[in-house]
Design a protein around this ligand. Structure first.
Ligand code: 6R9
Length: 646
């Protein structure tokens, strides 16, 4: 492939799309020239109970940090996703659910979803939930997960969705961190034909969460589970007696809407807090423009609702826009690696949004599994979660999209609430591997290590100047950590933790994290988290975790482990440590490679030289650079000799 390939939107698409290039440029310039006027205008896409009088009130000054959007307006997010559509599209499908088993699917209309949400909101209240409470949702990808989220926001409770792949310990930590008093789960999930013991995991977690006193359980499989009388409630039994009328709680625009835990470079995961008004405006607006959503189109985002992508682009953005949102319970390779395309054919999907890791994994299976399915309904493809390599981009474009569908490579973060750097399908000429240009109102800036903005074609640390409505407002329960993590490295700017390059055309190419955060199959993992899980094992004295290039996952997890004196390294212990991290955090944190390190390379001040460990893990040990500051350079020779990635 020509490295400089450019794919320009067709004239036809430019005409039909919500924005062509000239409109993008005009709107973008307006959004930067007078952000308040711009966001005043676009704030109207959301239905307000009481209109706002002030658009933004923001300061990035660490001494006085505050971020407020539409602060005196009031609204309810569930009304924006449901009630306001009842008259115009009550019988239209809101959610197409495709089960893990290809024979399972359901269509749920806006009217049905509204009724289910109202009933469940009454169930929550009957079980003691009230405005401001934090409610944990630990669910498989079934419609009840969406119902639970919308029911929480209907009554003003703050949901914290925990990905169903997390372990009981990880779940317990998240329940405790936000003082959640209720958890909503299912008996079991099903993925790839295998059951996932969600209720058993919840039971194990709740053993360490004395303040979490109620547990609502959706019956998904009917599998055998334990039951705690007085704490556990069946969803279907409670729903049977619940009233279908539930007036929405009037929420302030800046009232908390949800918490989502994400990994940082240090310490335990942070509870990213999003508030109501700005988040809804931003999620719905980005969904409208980036996916160029038109009425009645079938839109499918393959993410899990346990991640931010599921929040903004399965639930809140699409439903606020009255879209048909497809929700998939399964995995791309079950029953076989044709599954995604079978679902596209079955439901005539028009817009398809997935992760580069899935594309790379499917690409490895060849073109045949794709080509056996009819993809003529597809008109737009998207990616998110990590940089996409140009080869995977081209395969997605040529094989999946039959060269007909534009690709939107969308860069954003849990913290940003919605898409930040992205092509618009009718406007932006795309280059494989580039997230291209900023969305309206987003002002990216590349800075050097001293916070000097860099002009022109250059590489630097990616910051965002000025706030946007979807921005996170704080780290739940730790505002100081919010300020320190995002606003002190480069004062006066929001620091993303990513590096990026800008080319001659002003396009952005995300180069990856510049901190100790790994991106494994599009999932964020802090190296510190995995290290602390490893050292919690009685035989481990010290551990250092780094990422290394991995063909499918993007990055793999490479752990260097120093054992306690007197403990013998063995294959059995290696298997035990892998199992241990699974148990401590979850399967996604399992080290791909683990090396016994009699010692770790350290500077004289005792800091682990991660730069060296990264090079050895990448099998690039001939480029170690300066090792003269090490206390004992011989340590490195041993590590090279016994390296695991060859
Ligand atoms: C939405 C989401 C955020 C981190 C982010 C960056 C990486 C996401 C990307 C991308 C290159 C893209 N990332 N999208 N890198 N190109 N299109 O993924 O949120 O889980 O918080 O991860 O993912 O490194 O900083 P989150």
């Amino acid at each position: 492939m020509d490295a400089d390939s450019v794919f320009t939107p067709s004239q036809e698409l430019a005409t039909q799309a919500h924005a062509d290039d000239a409109q993008y440029k005009a709107l973008y310039e307006a959004s930067i020239a007078d952000p308040d006027a711009f966001w005043d205008e676009h704030g109207k896409r959301i239905d307000w109970i009481k209109p706002y009088s002030q658009v933004s009130d923001v300061s990035y000054d660490a001494g006085n940090l505050h971020i407020n959007w539409y602060a005196d307006g009031t609204l309810n997010a569930s009304v924006n996703c449901l009630d306001r559509h009842l008259q115009s599209r009550g019988d239209q499908t809101a959610i197409i659910w495709e089960g893990d088993d290809p024979n399972d699917h359901r269509h749920i209309s806006y009217r049905e979803l509204h009724e289910e949400v109202c009933k469940f909101a009454n169930v929550l209240k009957a079980n003691g939930a009230k405005k401001g409470d934090r409610i944990t949702i630990y669910m498989p990808m079934i419609p009840e997960a969406t119902v639970a989220m919308l029911a929480c926001v209907r009554i003003g409770a703050v949901h914290s969705v925990v990905f169903g792949g997390f372990s009981p310990d990880a779940l317990a930590g998240r329940i405790q961190d936000c003082d959640s008093n209720m958890v909503i789960t299912a008996d079991e999930g099903v993925r790839g034909g295998k059951p996932i013991p969600l209720k058993a995991n919840t039971d194990a977690a709740l053993a360490n969460c004395p303040d979490c006193t109620s547990c609502i359980v959706v019956k998904r499989t009917g599998g055998n589970i334990a039951w705690v009388e007085g704490r556990d409630v069946w969803y279907h039994e409670a729903m049977q007696v619940a009233a279908a009328d539930c007036p929405p709680e009037e929420m302030n625009a800046e009232d908390p809407m949800f918490i989502l835990y994400t990994s940082g470079s240090t310490g335990k995961p942070k509870g990213v807090l999003h508030t109501t008004g700005g988040y809804m405006v931003y999620a719905s607006m980005t969904h409208h423009y980036v996916f160029d959503y038109h009425d009645n189109e079938i839109y499918w985002c393959t993410a899990d609702v346990g991640w931010v992508t599921g929040h903004s682009y399965i639930v809140y953005g699409p439903l606020a826009n009255g879209a048909v949102s497809l929700m998939f319970e399964g995995v791309p390779t079950y029953p076989d690696s044709s599954r995604f395309w079978q679902v596209v054919e079955k439901h005539k999907v028009n817009i398809f949004y997935t992760a580069p890791t899935a594309i790379r994994a499917l690409m490895r299976e060849g073109d045949a599994p794709v080509k056996t399915c009819d993809r003529s309904s597809l008109r737009l493809l998207g990616t998110v979660g990590e940089p996409i390599n140009p080869e995977a981009w081209m395969w997605y474009h040529e094989v999946v999209g039959e060269k007909r569908c534009p690709i939107v490579d969308t860069w954003w973060q849990t913290e940003t609430g919605g898409i930040m750097i992205t092509p618009l399908p009718g406007a932006t000429a795309t280059k494989p591997g580039s997230a291209t240009r900023p969305f309206f109102g987003v002002k990216p800036v590349l800075v050097d290590g001293d916070n000097n903005p860099l002009d022109g074609a250059v590489e630097g640390n990616l910051c965002i100047d000025h706030s946007w409505p979807g921005q996170m407002r704080t780290v739940y329960g730790d505002h100081q950590r919010f300020i320190e993590t995002y606003f002190t490295t480069f004062p006066g700017r929001y620091f993303t933790g990513d590096g990026a390059r800008r080319d001659e055309d002003g396009y952005y190419w995300i180069t990856g994290r510049v901190d100790d955060v790994l991106n494994v199959s599009g999932h964020r993992m802090g190296t510190a988290e995995i290290e602390s899980a490893l050292v919690a094992h009685q035989h481990v004295a010290e551990a250092a975790v780094v990422g290394y290039p991995h063909d499918i996952k993007g990055q793999g997890i490479y752990a260097y482990v120093t054992l306690v004196a007197g403990i013998e390294a063995s294959d059995a212990l290696l298997a035990e440590l892998r199992q241990w991290t699974r148990k401590e955090i979850g399967p996604i944190a399992t080290p791909d490679l683990l090396q016994w390190a009699p010692q770790l390379p350290k500077t004289r001040s005792g800091k682990i030289m991660r730069r060296i460990l990264r090079k050895i893990a990448a099998n690039e040990f001939d480029q170690l650079g300066d090792t003269s500051t090490l206390t004992d350079p011989a340590v490195v020779d041993d590590l090279i000799e016994n390296r695991q990635n060859r």
